[in-house]
Design a protein around this ligand. Structure first.
Ligand SMILES: Cc1cc2nc3c(=O)[nH]c(=O)nc-3n(C[C@H](O)[C@H](O)[C@H](O)COP(=O)(O)OP(=O)(O)OC[C@H]3O[C@@H](n4cnc5c(N)ncnc54)[C@H](O)[C@@H]3O)c2cc1C
Length: 421
């Protein structure tokens, strides 16, 4: 590498998106990543023939930026069925999507969660988010998601507590639903107009697809940056790299550390995901199972191998169980509680399940509470030749990370006098 490169720190979706845009315009970059592979929060590991994403997650196919940047056909996406199963009062009831599964409308209308009026409210909300543009949804007044659902939409407590709360707690990683209602409307629109999908080779395939265009000579894995200062990047081992520009594509708390607090550190939302190998799947559907009772540690579970058989070896199933807001040192005791609840739900078959791994993700998402956008979004340019990108700069999502990476690349290109996008 001859001239000083643009150094991008962090190879999650935002850093990869930024690097790929710059590389496509002929810019020399150097992508530094602390972990031993690309992807950050979006990685998949092969364990005993099972594909384990680093915590349960899905691609919402309607994300505009994912559609723009990813090749869906190459990812061979496998879709979840719309709707959910709800565990409540010792039973499993189905909340099907009556718009996409009209044959299921009767069971949906008369199952035990919420009232008929709640179904009409759901229809009205769906109509509202699908008829509006993303821009008008973001321009609407903000409040907590809970206040929006309860007061603005008028949903009953029953409908919120047994269906909407566990569903969106699994998206926001917080059960109070204190997250911005603007973000909620955006996500609800994505669920309404698209599918929740898994790539055949696991979520990490998205990261690999972005990384493939970045020459190996421009990437260094297992390389942690200790500090930055005026065009100089200092690595954990003491090595110093001179940069023409620096892009921080690390998580919000790390961006705050590296900038000495210039970027405020977001509050972290955390989750723990338990993966089990099961001889038989506990459900046969490709549906999310929500905990509709307010008891026990489990928020949601699913069987990824029902959605995409490549997630488990032949003759076995992969069960993924998500807990919201847990702490790292709780994992062992937590697994016992999770297993107790699973046994309660699915009986003694659970005794034949073996745990494959538990993933505790302390910073799964940056908190984006009501009014988080009132002072605008964080601009890509922090100072001369210093930029940032990441989900915390946009929305706490795959869409937000990809979009932020592209916006930052475009800002860098303008500063370099390269105006093509
Ligand atoms: C369990 C889980 C489930 C999720 N589910 C969904 C979902 O269903 N839908 C959705 O849209 N979003 C979901 N998300 C959110 C989504 O994955 C993230 O918003 C997105 O991946 C963030 O990308 P990023 O590039 O901003 O950050 P990251 O992926 O965190 O990338 C930052 C990178 O910087 C590296 N780094 C940090 N410090 C240093 C350093 N000092 N030196 C070098 N490298 C460093 C890190 O190792 C990391 O690779 C989920 C997240 C988690 C954890």
């Amino acid at each position: 590498m001859s001239a000083k490169p643009v150094v991008i720190i962090g190879a999650g979706l935002a850093g990869l998106s930024c690097a790929r845009h710059l590389v496509r315009q002929g810019v020399e970059v150097l992508l530094l990543e602390a972990q031993d592979d690309f992807g950050g929060r979006v990685r998949t590991d092969l364990v005993d023939g099972f594909r384990l994403d680093r915590g349960f997650q899905v691609l919402q196919t309607a994300y505009p930026e994912a559609k723009r940047q990813l090749d869906y056909a190459a990812l061979q996406l496998r879709n979840f069925e719309p709707g959910a199963l709800i565990r409540t009062n010792g039973k499993t009831v189905k909340m099907a999507d009556p718009w996409r599964r009209p044959q299921a409308v009767l069971s949906t209308a008369f199952n035990e969660v919420g009232s008929f009026a709640d179904r009409l409210r759901l229809a009205r909300l769906r109509w509202h988010v699908t008829q509006s543009t993303i821009e008008t949804l973001w321009a609407e007044p903000d409040s907590t998601t809970f206040d929006y659902l309860r007061t603005t939409c008028g949903f009953s407590s029953d409908m919120i507590d047994r269906f909407l709360r566990p569903w969106f707690a699994g998206v926001f990683f917080e059960r109070e639903l204190a997250t911005s209602s603007r973000f909620f409307r955006f996500i609800f629109r994505m669920f309404a107009i698209g599918d929740a999908a898994l790539p055949t080779d696991g979520m990490g395939a998205m990261s690999k697809q972005l990384a493939i265009e970045i020459p190996g000579s421009m990437c260094r894995l297992s390389t942690r940056v200790e500090s930055i200062d005026d065009g100089v990047v200092r690595l954990a081992g003491g090595e110093v790299i001179n940069a023409s520009a620096i892009v921080l594509a690390v998580e919000g708390p790390e961006a705050s550390r590296l900038t000495g607090g210039q970027i405020p550190s977001p509050v972290s939302r955390s989750t723990t995901c338990f993966y089990y190998a099961a001889p038989q799947p506990p459900i046969t559907e490709s549906l999310l199972v929500l905990n509709g009772d307010q008891t026990g540690p489990i928020n949601n579970l699913c069987v990824p191998s029902n959605v995409s058989p490549s997630y488990a070896p032949a003759g076995q199933s992969l069960v993924s169980v998500s807990v919201v807001g847990s702490k790292e040192n709780e994992s062992t005791g937590l697994e016992l509680e999770v297993r107790r609840q699973l046994r309660d739900w699915f009986g003694s078959d659970v005794d034949r399940w073996s745990i494959l791994r538990s993933d505790h993700i302390r910073h799964a998402l940056p908190s984006q509470p009501a009014h988080f956008r009132d002072r605008g979004t964080l601009k890509p340019k922090l100072a001369d030749a210093l930029y940032c990108c990441g989900d915390y700069c946009e929305t706490a999502s795959i869409h937000g990370a990809l979009l932020s990476g592209r916006h930052t690349a475009e800002t860098v290109l303008v500063d370099l006098g390269i105006n093509k996008t």
